[in-house]
Design a protein around this ligand. Structure first.
Ligand SMILES: NC(=O)c1ccc[n+]([C@@H]2O[C@H](COP(=O)([O-])OP(=O)(O)OC[C@H]3O[C@@H](n4cnc5c(N)ncnc54)[C@H](OP(=O)(O)O)[C@@H]3O)[C@@H](O)[C@H]2O)c1
Length: 315
């Protein structure tokens, strides 16, 4: 079983420095994947209300606790407040839905999924539209949402709170009012968009970076992202007896980022977590830096007209 080091968070809690992504998988597939992941050594699982898989993930975790493989306190479970629930009146109810889905007593880390909101129609409508087909945006300010996130900590329902997809200006603005600082900003981060600047900015403020899409969603047919299919990265991988995916994930780890690669295959889970037994050289890192085009997979362009759409500035 692979042992993963921890990242110390600014509120005294700690987070395993690599987690399992779970987006776009649900039901028995993700239930089995989470059980396999726990057997392999994963203790940090990333989900979201919007992934519609919290129930299956909670079921897998509870079953591993019942088997005696883990204790609840060994696990670090992350879930996220969806865009339709930003209005302060919806935050606690949305959180309790996640808690009910997971059927656990608490959540380790709750994130605001995106800084912009969508109009609330009902508790189930995730992607509301205007009559012309465009996305129905809300103008709720994430500062107001954050106050409710803080209340969840005060109620003892969640251990840590954080944000996702916030840019540097949004982080700075949040810090002007936060009674409880976000512990994490979860953003897209892979060798293609390595987030060196945002990571430095957040680290200076004692906020950890979690990196989503850390493998850049590999497509063997399209040979993307470039680093996964590059012969020079393959040569580095050979040198350490590793794979290009492991080189990419190790690179993020050395940048101080916590990657959350998603896989439902046990062999790949083992591959992705086995990155803590080697160190990249400066030349290796220089080569990995050369893949940093800044191109995003997740742009959420439907929310471009929101004043809180985060991707309009450099970082
Ligand atoms: N906060 C946010 O807004 C946000 C946005 C997007 C994602 N996320 C989180 O970040 C997680 C990771 O992102 P992601 O799932 O979009 O992308 P990713 O982890 O970069 O890539 C996942 C894809 O890569 C495949 N894969 C996994 N390991 C591999 C390996 N070693 N070699 C080759 N292919 C491999 C997986 O297929 P198999 O499953 O078939 O192995 C899956 O199709 C998500 O699952 C989610 O938890 C958060």
């Amino acid at each position: 079983m692979v042992k993963v080091p921890f990242v110390e968070l600014n509120d005294g809690n700690r987070m395993p420095a690599l987690g399992l992504g779970t987006c776009a998988s649900n039901g028995s597939e993700i239930e089995k994947a989470v059980k396999d992941a726990i057997d392999v050594g994963y203790r940090h699982i990333d989900t979201a209300w919007a992934y519609e898989n919290e129930y299956s993930i909670g079921k897998a975790v509870r079953s591993k606790i019942a088997e005696g493989v883990i204790k609840r306190e060994d696990m670090f479970l992350v879930t996220k407040l969806w865009n339709t629930f930003h209005d302060p009146q919806h935050v606690e109810r949305a959180f309790r839905q996640s808690l009910d889905n997971l059927q656990l007593e608490y959540i380790d880390l709750y994130l605001i999924h995106f800084p912009f909101g969508y109009q609330y129609k009902n508790d189930h409508e995730q992607w509301p539209r205007n009559s012309d087909g465009s996305r129905a945006l809300s103008n709720v300010d994430y500062l107001d949402t954050w106050k409710e996130m803080e209340r969840l900590v005060e109620l003892g329902l969640v251990k840590s709170i954080g944000v996702s997809n916030f840019n540097s200006e949004q982080i700075a603005r949040l810090l002007t009012v936060a009674k409880i600082k976000p512990v994490v900003n979860q953003v897209e981060c892979s060798p293609t968009i390595n987030q060196r600047k945002l990571t430095k900015f957040c680290k200076e403020r004692n906020i950890a970076i979690t990196g989503f899409c850390p493998l850049g969603h590999p497509s063997p047919a399209g040979k993307t992202p470039a680093f996964m299919f590059d012969s020079r990265v393959a040569a580095i991988a050979d040198k350490y007896n590793k794979t290009p995916a492991q080189i990419g994930l190790r690179f993020l780890h050395e940048l101080g980022v916590t990657p959350i690669p998603k896989s439902v295959r046990k062999q790949r889970m083992l591959e992705n977590i086995s990155i803590f037994d080697f160190v990249l050289s400066e030349e290796d890192k220089q080569l990995m830096d050369s893949f940093n085009t800044g191109q995003r997979l997740v742009g959420m362009y439907d929310a471009r007209k929101s004043p809180y759409w985060p991707y309009g500035i450099k970082f």
